[in-house]
Design a protein around this ligand. Structure first.
Ligand code: ADP
Ligand code: MN
Length: 174
């Protein structure tokens, strides 16, 4: 493996805090925040807009092409509410953020999600869909589940990921 920096996925149900974590982590570490939402939109990795769900219909092959060069270089923090599409060989750590249902409900309501999308995301969090997807797609030892309800938890999550990053750098030093 030729990466000099690791690639990290931050995943979780919409509203669990992926983008907030990625932005803070990028600021602290200098790793690059890859907002898959923005890549999909800006590089047109989609087959159109789903108006019921108010979201893009993602073309996964195009998306992988769009981020492949960066991912192969390493040092990416991938921000997306799915993780099973990324090749195992690209990924060094998968963080699954979790939020209790009352808090998640408030966050998604504040976003004015359409009812169907709100319900689906609440169900997804309750059923631990993303955690299961991560465990099914990657080696269990690189999957970490972290609570993301309070600002203090976010701080300690970032500290923990930074600690992991420093350890990775030490282990992979030339
Ligand atoms: P996602 O990218 O997973 O959809 P965001 O990072 O956009 O989630 O967070 C959704 C909302 O919840 C934002 O208003 C954010 O400030 C808030 N939030 C997320 N995680 C936390 C946390 N651990 N503590 C406090 N507020 C949080
Ligand atoms: Mn987000």
């Amino acid at each position: 493996m030729s990466r000099t920096l690791p690639n990290i996925i931050i995943t979780g149900t919409p509203g669990t805090g992926k983008t907030s974590h990625c932005e803070l982590l990028a600021e602290r570490t200098g790793l690059k925040h890859i907002s898959v939402n923005e890549v999909v939109k800006d590089r047109e990795c989609h087959e159109g807009w789903d108006s019921e769900y108010q979201s893009w219909i993602v073309d996964e092959d195009k998306l992988l092409d769009a981020i492949e060069d960066q991912a192969k270089q390493g040092g990416c923090i991938i921000d997306w509410h799915a993780c099973d599409l990324f090749p195992k060989s690209w990924i060094d750590l998968v963080v699954v953020l979790r939020t209790d249902t009352a808090t998640l409900y408030d966050r998604l309501t504040a976003r004015k999600y359409p009812e169907i999308k709100l319900q689906e995301n609440m169900d997804s969090e309750i059923m631990e869909v993303l955690l299961q997807e991560a465990k099914d797609s990657y080696d269990e030892e690189i999957v970490v589940e972290l609570q993301s309800v309070t600002a203090d938890e976010m701080e300690s999550n970032i500290d923990r990921i930074e600690g992991w990053l420093n350890q990775w750098k030490e282990n992979n030093a030339a």
